[in-house]
Design a protein around this ligand. Structure first.
Ligand SMILES: Nc1ncnc2c1ncn2[C@@H]1O[C@H](COP(=O)(O)OP(=O)(O)OP(=O)(O)O)[C@@H](O)[C@H]1O
Ligand SMILES: [Mg+2]
Length: 271
């Protein structure tokens, strides 16, 4: 399948690379070919969104970057080194926060660091500092049950940041939240990720989220899935717009309509 590409954008080197990647799941009864011929290159500090029909392989792609899955074909590399298993360079944020109810907020944000055997005092210091910086300083000793859904997701993001990954993989991190909370939280998470200078890959079913947060939006086809289109998101107002301002920009609707049509195309061609 020929890949469509709209616009151009400078990228900062090659941080994450997927070349000729294929992934099939095998069960005793069947083989499911999730991904085929995926080519993807992501620069340092870039924010990428991935959209595509349900079950096409978006979470699978993130698992490959995280090293939790090995490709059946092709190669995944980070900074030129082949990914052979999970590494401290990569952090994950999921739809469900998976906070431990029996630990307080600070105890939760240091969990990942403890697993990675970081020095405890340093992890606590960094955790407390990040909670303070991102508006949760008054909740350090609170139990997760005392927090709102949006606050819990912010704690989950800070837990990932305490372990100091270079790359953040976000798999529908806002989808369990109400609309108003997800708007606010996507804005906050965007600023935190930029402030921390991380490279981010966001999987979402929400096109407005995908367009307003990312430098590039990748559209995936139905299974066996590949990247069918790439949209370099560039606004006439220039760089540095917040997601909220991007949603107001004139070109936002053009991106939305173009990507919506591509997703629609796949749905129709599958009938
Ligand atoms: N562990 C597994 N064993 C067998 N098949 C799997 C496994 N995990 C995923 N699959 C299959 O691989 C395909 C891709 O799954 P994946 O979870 O990556 O899709 P997705 O794009 O993230 O979907 P969604 O948007 O619904 O989250 C699906 O057909 C799914 O049924
Ligand atoms: Mg998924």
């Amino acid at each position: 399948m020929a890949r469509r590409e709209s616009g151009t954008r400078e990228t900062n080197g090659e941080h994450i690379r997927l070349s000729g990647v294929g992934l099939s799941y095998f069960t005793p009864r069947e083989e499911t070919e999730a991904l085929r011929d995926v080519e993807l290159s992501i620069g340092k500090g870039e924010f990428i969104s991935i959209v595509g029909p349900s079950g096409c392989g978006k979470s699978t792609l993130l698992s490959l970057v995280s090293g939790m899955l090995k490709p059946t074909k092709g190669k995944v590399s980070i900074d030129g080194a082949e990914v052979t298993g999970p590494s401290a360079k990569v952090g994950y944020m999921l739809q469900h926060d998976h906070l431990f109810e029996w630990r307080d907020v600070l105890g939760n944000v240091t969990v990942g660091a403890e697993i990675r055997r970081m020095e405890k005092a340093a992890a606590k210091r960094r955790g407390a500092e990040l909670l303070e910086r991102y508006g949760l300083g008054d909740f350090i000793r609170h139990a997760p049950v005392q927090l709102s859904g949006g606050m819990r997701q912010r704690v989950a993001l800070i837990r990932t940041l305490v372990a100091e990954p270079d790359i953040l993989l976000l798999d529908e991190p806002f989808s369990a939240l109400d609309y108003q909370t997800r708007l606010t939280l996507s804005e906050e998470v965007f600023h935190i990720i930029k402030d921390q200078g991380k490279t981010a890959v966001l999987v979402t079913h929400d096109l407005s989220e995908a367009i307003s947060m990312a430098d590039r939006v990748m559209v995936m086809s139905k299974r066996p899935s590949t990247i069918s289109a790439v949209h370099n998101i560039v606004f006439d107002e220039g760089e540095g717009l917040s997601p909220w301002s991007k949603r107001q920009a004139a070109k936002y609707h053009d991106y939305f309509n173009a990507i919506w049509k591509e997703l629609d195309d796949h749905a129709v061609s599958a009938l």
